[in-house]
Write a protein of this length. Structure first.
Length: 459
């Protein structure tokens, strides 16, 4: 009841405000009237902030708010680069800082710091290893991975504290609706005051390189995870949705599946640190001003029109809140463009909400179901060639094929128009591993006997 969105909390704020206003009216001495007026601003201000939080359905508990705003999660172990140099592999560091029996049941969440060798960006990254990562059945298995990108303002802990990604994913695994994958949650902005949009600024930070290349490469080099390829997925909400769409198309040889929740498909004005320095004053910048070629390359709704036939385009899953028509229209338009390359593009319109955390939480389950199943199907279809099938002690059981329903009607495709030649050269070519076997909703999966039932999240 006293949580940030609780009715009792709002009533208490109203009572406090009313009491202070009454004191202001009854007080005879000026000093007490001024004090009452000043104090009345506090519950009024808190009420306004709480109302905004309730509208966006963001923080549901005080603990989540404190952890997210402070950027701290006291129970999450941190693995530093220095400890890796002193103490050997990341696997050894994880083993020494966690409980093996709990890891095998609930998985393991840890944070680390990654420095990009090309971008020279250093930021925090959260990594979640599923329970199967600690199972002997999977000891020789290289897992698919999904990179999850937060919005602005946001940080890696938002996926844990606000989006509840770990309990959501554990429930899916327990119900055999998803397959095991490593979840990677990088800091895409470097601070709550910034909005970099995962772009490579020609005169500043190379954020796309860090998020789209260097973080996946670090994960693949230090964990039992597939190399960046069609065996990786990328997803995000709001600004993170734009990042996922843009990176997914630009680095299509590194990602096979893309999830976009309430995203947009053309870059907006960025808020970047002055001089590209960490913790610098945020300034509004159009990073591609005067460079129409780079702007075109980083506008997914234009770039998708000019990718040659034969060059791979990742599978996409789109979601938006029904109450935000701008988000819905953007998703429907981009879906129409994708349908020219892929006959099955799921679009999830979440009713009763707009550009809100409720939409992103509701869409998270079907996205993880769709993406992990597809990634596992790709790995299993290529397993003989790459030598990555998990050891199995029983006859594999096939999970029934499933098709995700479209939750809204979509207008017919517009008549084709002539496309002008795209300026510059493409940043990728050829097919990546798994491209030939990719299907919108794969029917292949790991045997049920190889999954570890999970009932609840470790406290």
């Amino acid at each position: 009841m006293l949580e940030p969105q609780g009715t009792l909390f709002f009533l208490l704020l109203m009572v406090a405000f009313g009491g202070l206003v009454l004191w202001l009216a009854l007080a005879r001495q000026v000093v007490f009237r001024v004090l009452a007026a000043c104090l009345a601003f506090i519950p009024a201000m808190v009420f306004g902030i709480a109302a905004v939080n309730k509208y966006y359905d963001y923080y549901q508990t005080w603990g989540a708010m404190f952890s997210d705003l402070s950027g701290q999660a006291q129970s999450i172990p941190h693995v530093s680069a220095a400890s890796l140099k002193r103490g050997g592999s990341l696997q050894q560091q994880i083993a020494s800082s966690s409980n093996a029996s709990l890891d095998a049941q609930f998985g393991d969440l840890f944070s680390t710091t990654v420095t990009g060798p090309r971008s020279h960006i250093t930021r925090q990254v959260y990594v979640y290893l599923p329970p199967q990562y600690f199972s002997k059945t999977y000891v020789k298995y290289r897992f698919p991975a999904i990179e999850l990108l937060h919005g602005a303002p946001g940080q890696p802990s938002t996926w844990v504290n606000v989006m509840n990604v770990i309990p959501v994913y554990l429930n899916l695994l327990a119900e055999h609706k998803a397959d095991p994958a490593v979840l990677v949650m990088p800091d895409t902005d470097g601070g709550l005051q910034y909005s970099l949009q995962c772009l490579n600024d020609p005169r500043g930070l190379q954020d796309m390189t860090f998020v789209g290349k260097e973080v996946p490469e670090w994960v693949a080099a230090n964990l039992r995870v597939q190399q960046p390829s069609g065996f990786w997925g990328i997803a995000g909400y709001s600004e993170g949705g734009f990042c996922a769409a843009n990176i997914g198309l630009r680095y299509a040889y590194r990602f096979g599946y893309v999830g976009v929740e309430s995203g947009y498909f053309a870059p907006d004005t960025s808020q970047v640190p002055l001089g590209g320095k960490p913790n610098g004053k945020p300034v509004d910048v159009n990073v591609f001003k005067g460079n129409p070629r780079l702007l075109a390359l980083n506008t997914p709704q234009n770039y998708i029109k000019h990718i040659p036939v034969g060059v791979p385009v990742p599978q996409f899953y789109l979601a938006a809140g029904a109450e935000d028509q701008q988000d819905v229209q953007a998703a429907e338009y981009f879906r129409q463009l994708l349908l020219l390359r892929d006959a099955n593009v799921p679009l999830d319109i979440v009713s009763g909400a707009g550009h809100q955390a409720r939409v992103w939480r509701d869409a998270l389950s079907p996205i993880l179901d769709w993406m992990t199943t597809g990634l596992t199907t790709e790995i299993m279809s290529e397993g003989a060639e790459y030598g990555i099938k998990p050891a199995a002690t029983s006859t594999p059981a096939t999970k029934p094929a499933h098709t995700l329903p479209l939750k809204t009607a979509h207008p017919s495709l517009p008549a084709p128009t002539a496309l002008s030649p795209f300026p510059g050269t493409l940043l990728f070519a050829g097919r990546h591993p798994g491209a030939a076997a990719r299907s919108p909703a794969g029917s292949g999966a790991l045997p049920d006997s190889a999954r570890t039932p999970v009932r609840s999240l470790r406290r």
